[in-house]
Design a protein. Structure first.
Lengths: 372, 374
């Protein structure tokens, strides 16, 4: 037992040295994840602000000016032009200079005062359909506020019931609170997988793998020695990103470390299993990288990282059950935002454990078959 | 002199083409990956919330509440589940069985009849902020329909002070597939272009065959050209495959000209190949080249191109950074060509930007290849 420990420790040290001694590969392992966290932490947002829009106000009146002022004052919108004819609308939208044009009808204030609904037209660029929907939502809210104010001042419209909307866990609906915990899972996956998947292929290509085989190391020692560095690097980087998410981006970490790190351990187990499978199948580094990609891209897309799993067709939703990232994302977000406890996360832990055991067994089998 | 040049080029091109044909992984990157990715993204990525599980808590059911609740059962967006108390609904939300709760308190009817403005409690799970906003929008629609019906049932016409007529151009059905699939072509081509050249050329450096190539009479220009042409053909093949899938499998309309699409794809592919060459020359090592290719080409093409995330909403500094992401220009062209038609004021400046970037990358590749010899 002690001999095995010695052998594995020696191999782990060798692997870590191989990864960290070369300045380029050290740089590649450490710097990009931090840069990515920074760039994506700021870039990956569905929250709109500075939406460029234009106003075409055909009704110079107090009422229409009040409505226009509400749009101008909203941080979501940024006025870029005042239009004076119908012909100006289409080019502005076509060229993507404005995402929205607010057109106030000539009879707007007259209609309002006589009790007929005052007409406004909102034209949106639908090329980004998600943004169009969100802009429409913001515009409707501003119009509804105007309605309420007008009704309060002039009487009339009084709805029988109103919606009192609250968002739980993320009261201001900041998408950063959703994305940053997602990036913790994403980068953990990418870094660990690449380190492990390429480790054996690199030695095969360089011919040093045969040398490794004639040492007293047994296949199980080699597997352990190849997995532990990925595990160490993966959990180290995940911790750095968690710290940066909390300290730099101000995402609340409401739950404890125990549920988070239990989840991370199980997630890394399954990622290592997949990485070793790729590693034992690939002969060249290019094949290993291709294999990594073939796993990585579907794993990210079908995980709920950017778009909800519930929106996918049912057949695709079933496929997500074998994706370890799917479970870890819920764990990370649950611990960060919902103060999830270890007990409540049990239903997410055991699938990851199963996937981990299955992939590790497969990897061990493939590895041994390749050796003999 | 000229004949020699053509002969050398022909020889080099033959060598590169054979190398591609003999290595299945290049073909896989160029043709299998686009298909897999398009299927995955086309079916897997959707921002249209459908069949959202929603908890309904009606503390005192009567005709008014029944009318209101009916809207949720008729809506295609919701799968309503009834709960007797708010505590049970809360528990369901905590275990992620429902995405939101609609709560009509026991005095709902009474408040409604005495003066109106009865509050309807609406709690949504805000963890996925974007989805939460979309769900809020759907619930507001149900509410607005119900109010219109309420007035109609009393023989009144609904008169809100302002009546908005919303028109969404280019994509009136707001189908997110029509918006995601065109942008996806840019992501796929970034991958095939940059990853392909980065890995393949890095392997030549690693094995020392690049040096062997450089000591032949062939000039650096010829070597670069011979690397570009076969991969350009391969990349364009993958592109055409992706466009066909977009049109026929995902039924995305192509309103602009196919030639604009081809020209801009060609310009973009040159950028991607140029980036791949630069990466491979800098790293000379497949592990590093692969990592850098993913980090500086694939992820920015995904996140910083306007493919999913809106560029206007990013902080100014990040917006500057997006200007050096070639995919940004290509995504802009793609979304316009597919959905809006030939908008020259969008297409021309963006194609020029792509050509300029391609020239920079290819120039850098040439400079670096020469430097690395010295």
């Amino acid at each position: 037992m002690k001999a095995m420990l010695n052998r594995v420790v020696a191999l782990v040290i060798k692997e870590l040295l191989a990864l960290l001694r070369d300045s380029r590969s050290r740089f590649v392992l450490l710097a990009p994840p931090i840069i990515q966290l920074m760039v994506f932490g700021y870039a990956a947002t569905f929250d709109l602000n500075h939406v460029p829009f234009a106003i075409y106000n055909e009704d110079p009146s107090e009422a229409s000016r009040d409505l226009v002022a509400r749009f101008e004052g909203a941080p979501t919108f940024q006025e870029i032009a005042r239009l004076h004819s119908d012909a100006e609308v289409a080019p502005l939208i076509d060229r993507r200079q404005a995402l929205m044009v607010l057109h106030i009808d000539r009879r707007f204030s007259r209609d309002l005062l006589t009790g007929t609904p005052g007409r406004v037209q909102i034209i949106l660029d639908g090329r980004n359909s998600n943004t169009a929907l969100l802009v429409m939502g913001y515009a409707s809210t501003i119009l509804a506020d105007f309605d309420t104010q007008w009704a309060a001042d002039h009487g009339g419209f009084n709805p029988p019931a109103t919606l009192d909307i609250r968002a739980r866990y993320n009261a201001n609906l900041e998408s950063r609170w959703f994305i940053i915990p997602g990036i913790v899972a994403l980068l953990t996956l990418v870094v660990t997988l690449v380190v492990i998947a390429l480790s054996v292929a690199r030695e095969r290509e360089a011919g040093t793998f045969d040398q490794l085989l004639v040492t007293p190391l047994r296949p199980i020692d080699i597997l352990l020695g190849k997995s532990i560095p990925g595990f160490l690097i993966g959990s180290f980087e995940a911790s750095v990103i968690i710290a940066a998410g909390v300290l730099w981006f101000g995402v609340p970490l409401r739950g404890g470390f125990a549920p988070l790190y239990i989840g991370m351990f199980l997630f890394l187990l399954s990622v290592i299993g997949v990485g070793l499978m790729i590693s034992s199948l690939a002969v060249t580094q290019q094949q290993a990288l291709l294999g990594t990609f073939m796993f990585l891209v579907p794993a990210v897309i079908l995980s709920g990282f950017a778009t909800p799993i519930a929106n996918m067709p049912p057949a695709v939703q079933y496929m997500t059950y074998i994706n370890p990232m799917r479970y870890f994302l819920i764990v990370v977000r649950g611990v960060f935002l919902e103060r999830a406890s270890t007990y409540s996360l049990l239903p997410l832990y055991w699938p990851m454990l199963l996937i981990g055991l299955a992939t590790l067994t497969m990897a061990g089998w493939l590895f041994r078959r390749r050796l003999y | 002199m000229n004949r020699e040049l053509i002969m050398r080029l022909r020889g080099l091109l033959r060598k590169e083409s054979l190398q591609i044909l003999r290595d299945p992984s290049s073909i896989a990157i160029a043709f299998v990956m686009p298909v897999v990715l398009l299927l995955l993204f086309g079916y897997g990525v959707s921002l249209d919330a459908k069949r959202v599980p929603l908890a309904l808590v009606v503390e005192q059911p009567n005709r008014d509440t029944a009318n209101f609740i009916a809207g949720f059962f008729q809506s295609p967006y919701f799968v309503p589940v009834r709960f007797a108390t708010i505590q049970e609904a809360d528990a369901a939300m905590n275990t992620r069985r429902v995405e939101g709760i609609v709560w009509l308190r026991s005095n709902f009817s009474r408040q409604m009849l005495s003066g109106g403005n009865a509050p309807i409690g609406l709690i949504v799970n805000g963890v996925d902020a974007n989805n939460a906003r979309i769900i809020e929008g759907y619930i507001q629609q149900v509410w607005a329909n119900w109010i219109a019906q309420f007035y109609a049932s009393q023989g009144l016409r609904l008169k809100t002070p302002v009546q908005a007529d919303v028109r969404i151009w280019f994509n009136p059905a707001v189908a997110s597939t029509d918006f995601i699939v065109p942008g996806l072509i840019a992501v796929i081509m970034t991958l095939t272009g940059a990853l392909l050249t980065a890995m393949v050329v890095a392997r030549e450096w690693e094995r020392g065959t690049m040096e062997a190539l450089l000591v032949t009479p062939a000039s650096i220009h010829e070597i670069i050209l011979s690397k570009l042409v076969p991969y350009f053909v391969l990349g364009m093949g993958g592109m055409i495959l992706s466009v066909m899938m977009a049109l026929w499998l995902f039924a995305v309309p192509l309103r602009g000209s196919i030639w604009v699409l081809m020209a801009s794809s060609g310009a973009f592919l040159l950028c991607a190949l140029g980036m791949g060459l630069v990466i491979s020359t800098v790293s000379k090592n497949q592990f590093v080249a692969g990592q850098i290719a993913i980090i500086v080409t694939y992820l920015p093409a995904f996140m910083l191109s306007g493919f999913i995330f809106d560029l206007h909403s990013m902080p100014v500094v990040i917006q500057w950074i997006t200007h050096v992401v070639a995919a940004r220009y290509f995504v802009t062209i793609l979304q316009s060509v597919f959905l809006a038609g030939n908008v020259w004021s969008v297409t021309v400046p963006n194609i020029i930007a792509l050509l300029v970037m391609a020239a920079i990358f290819l120039g850098m590749a040439r400079l670096m290849a020469r430097k690395s010899l010295e």
